[in-house]
Design a binder for this molecule. Structure first.
Ligand code: SF4
Length: 181
């Protein structure tokens, strides 16, 4: 299994549930354009050192190659509508990748249920991992306040989802959950 699908955490150093993190934020070169989006926040470094990070790229885990054409949820519908079967995910080149996006989201759901994940740090703006915003399906750079497909799935599972720009809030959330466990 490739690192972009699932990297099993070393659980020796941590008894608390793992934190799910977009693989591209950890430096994996699996983004649609073949690059990464490494985030060097000290909290991520600490969780990695503690063996508390579970890395996942839902698009690659869902069967898409790298590089791949950029994709957006059509008709400004957002990830929740995709999960409900009311919207499609379309590549800029015209291909329909809804099935792969749904497979990736279901794999993330399975990880949440298997490991008791309560917090995720996901790449902002992605049609899969976006939380505060994604794009409207016209490939014009227009933001809409809708989650990506995997983010929508995690939110349905009760996971607290933060972007790489919200790591301080994520740390506070993780510490509060750890205290209450
Ligand atoms: Fe994969 Fe999500 Fe990063 Fe896109 S944003 S490359 S789907 S982990």
């Amino acid at each position: 299994m490739s690192a972009s699908e699932e990297a099993k955490p070393d659980r020796k150093a941590a008894d608390s549930p793992p934190i799910l993190v977009s693989a591209c934020l950890l430096g994996e070169t699996i983004r649609y354009h073949g690059g990464h989006a490494r985030c060097e926040h000290p909290a991520l470094e600490r969780w990695l050192a503690e063996g508390r990070v579970l890395s996942l790229c839902p698009e690659v885990a869902g069967g898409l190659p790298t590089p791949r054409p950029p994709s957006e949820v059509a008709d400004a519908a957002g990830g929740e509508a995709v999960l409900a079967g009311r919207a499609r995910v379309i590549e800029k080149s015209g291909g329909d990748v809804t099935a792969q996006f749904l497979t990736g989201a279901r794999l993330a759901q399975a990880l949440v249920r298997k490991h008791g994940i309560r917090v995720a740090i996901l790449k902002e703006g992605s049609p899969t991992c976006g939380s505060s915003y994604t794009h409207d399906g016209r490939f014009l750079g227009v933001h809409i306040p809708q989650p990506g497909v995997t983010t929508a799935m995690l939110l349905q599972e009760g996971v607290r989802v933060f972007s790489e720009a919200q790591l301080d809030e994520a740390v506070a959330c993780v510490e509060a959950l750890d205290r209450s466990a």
